[in-house]
Every structure is written in C-alpha cells, then in structure tokens.
Design a protein around this ligand. Structure first.
Ligand code: PEP
Length: 256
C-alpha cells in the first residue's frame, strides 16, 4: 500500500495576512511545483483568503486550523465548513491539543467537527496524542486508542480517503523534545491497528498518519523513514520557508 507523504504546516496564531503572503510565495517557489510530496499550509483564518489566491497556480494545498461543527447561524466568532470550502480550503486541522487544552474540546465535540468536515468534502487532519503524565504512567496506547475510537465514531467508510490522522505527543509540541523514531512508529502502528479494526484492513492501510511534535529538518529523515509515519504536522518549523521546505525535501528522500 503506497501512501503519499503529506507535510502540513500549522502556523497557529502567527503571521498577519501580509506576512503570510510573503511566506506562501517563498514556499511556492521552493516546493510549489513538485508533486512527489503533498504540501499543505494552514494559516490563520484572516490569512486564508489571500493565501488561497496565492496557491491557486501551485501544487500547495490550503488548510484551516479549526472549524465549527455547526453549518451556520448564531454562533458568534465561528467559521463553518462551507465558508472554508468557498475559499478552496482542502484540509482542516481538528482536535489539536491546544484546542483540547485551552478551549476544552472533548472527543465528542471533535467527532462532531470531523463529521461536519467530511459532509462538506473537507479532509480532516485529526490530531491525537498523550500528555507527559499519561506517557509516564504507561497509558499512551490506551489514551490514543480512545481518542481515535471516539473521534471517529460514525465516520463513514465511504469517506476514508479523506481522512488524515496526526499523532502529536503533547509533551513534544513546541518543546523541542521529539519522540524517538521507535516511539513514533510504535504508536503509529497501534493507531493503524485500531483503524483496521474500525474500517477493515485495506481502508486502515490507506489512511495517512502524520507525526507532529518538534519535527525539523534535522530529525525528519529518521521519523519519516518509519513504515507507518506518512508525513508531518509541523508547528514552529513551518514558520520559515527554509525549515519547512527542508522537511518537504526529507519526505521526498523518504519516498524516493
Ligand atoms: C503542532 O502544533 O502541531 C506542532 C507539531 O508544533 P511544533 O512542531 O512546534 O512542535
């Protein structure tokens, strides 16, 4: 089963629309014409419109960082799936640990968002991962399995090709600490086992599972060469074109 590598940049609450435009243009010129690796950038909502125009002629895909589970209506401050589609957004990050931690997102809320995303033909990048306490108490696999099962409850097999998962150990996000290649592979293989139980062997084999947590050009080769690591969700290192495209290059080497 060959899965195309996906390298996605989560810009978080960084870059004005003007600053984003500069970064998009740099990424376009460094990685915007290659097709061996799928590349996606996820700017903040305010930069989506401008970024969308700039990636129109390139191979770079656009993603959002969150989305409302509701279709429309009196939900002040929220952004719907339809609004994202209108800007030619393809991917949407859902269940990021910062949303779980600071905005109290539960597996149930994340599940509603995932189902709303696929109903609108958006591809969820569904984030899961354990805290440091959970890793130290030996419950990593149990925590991650529960997140996968609850987050994907009711997910239709017919939309399996739209699904992307991102294993992001919370203790590795923005900390400079990275899971070892072996730690990442162990959890990714376990996630794939759960996906196979839920959707069948061939569907489980087809889903891309990204690693996220302080990935940078220096550690990307090792992580991306693991058999069940199909790309990266990149935070800090996605804010400069050189570092981000260095990881895209590493993915290109891994699939060569
Ligand atoms: C993230 O927030 O998704 C992430 C992986 O961040 P960082 O690369 O900075 O650890």
């Amino acid at each position: 089963m060959s899965r195309k590598y996906l390298i996605a940049g989560n810009w978080k609450m960084n870059k004005t629309a003007t600053e984003a435009a500069d970064l998009v243009q740099e990424i376009n010129s460094l990685a915007g014409s290659q097709t061996s690796v799928q590349v996606c950038i996820c700017p903040s909502f305010t930069a989506l419109s401008k970024s969308s125009e700039l990636v129109e002629e390139s191979e770079v895909f656009l993603g959002a960082q969150d989305m409302s589970p509701e279709p429309s209506g009196a939900f002040t401050g929220e952004v719907s799936a339809e609004m994202l589609r209108d800007l030619y957004v393809t991917f949407v990050i859902l269940g990021h640990s910062e949303r779980r931690q600071y905005f109290n997102e539960t597996n149930e809320v994340i599940n509603r968002k995932i189902l709303a995303a696929i109903q609108n033909n958006l591809k969820p990048i569904f984030c899961i991962g354990e805290t440091l306490d959970e890793r130290e108490s030996g419950s990593t696999l149990e925590v991650v399995r529960t997140q996968v099962r609850e987050g994907l409850a009711g997910y239709p097999s017919s939309a399996i090709e739209n699904l992307v998962l991102a294993y992001e150990p919370v203790w590795a996000i923005g900390t400079g600490k990275t899971a070892t290649d072996e730690m990442a592979q162990e959890v990714h293989a376990d996630i794939r086992k759960v996906l196979k139980e839920m959707f069948g062997d061939s569907a489980g084999d087809s889903v891309r599972i990204l690693y996220g947590g302080s990935m940078k050009p220096e550690n990307a080769d090792g992580l991306l060469s693991q058999p069940d690591v199909d790309g990266g969700l990149i935070g800090g290192a996605s804010l400069t074109s050189r570092a981000f495209c260095g990881i895209v290059d590493a993915a290109g080497r891994a699939c060569a």
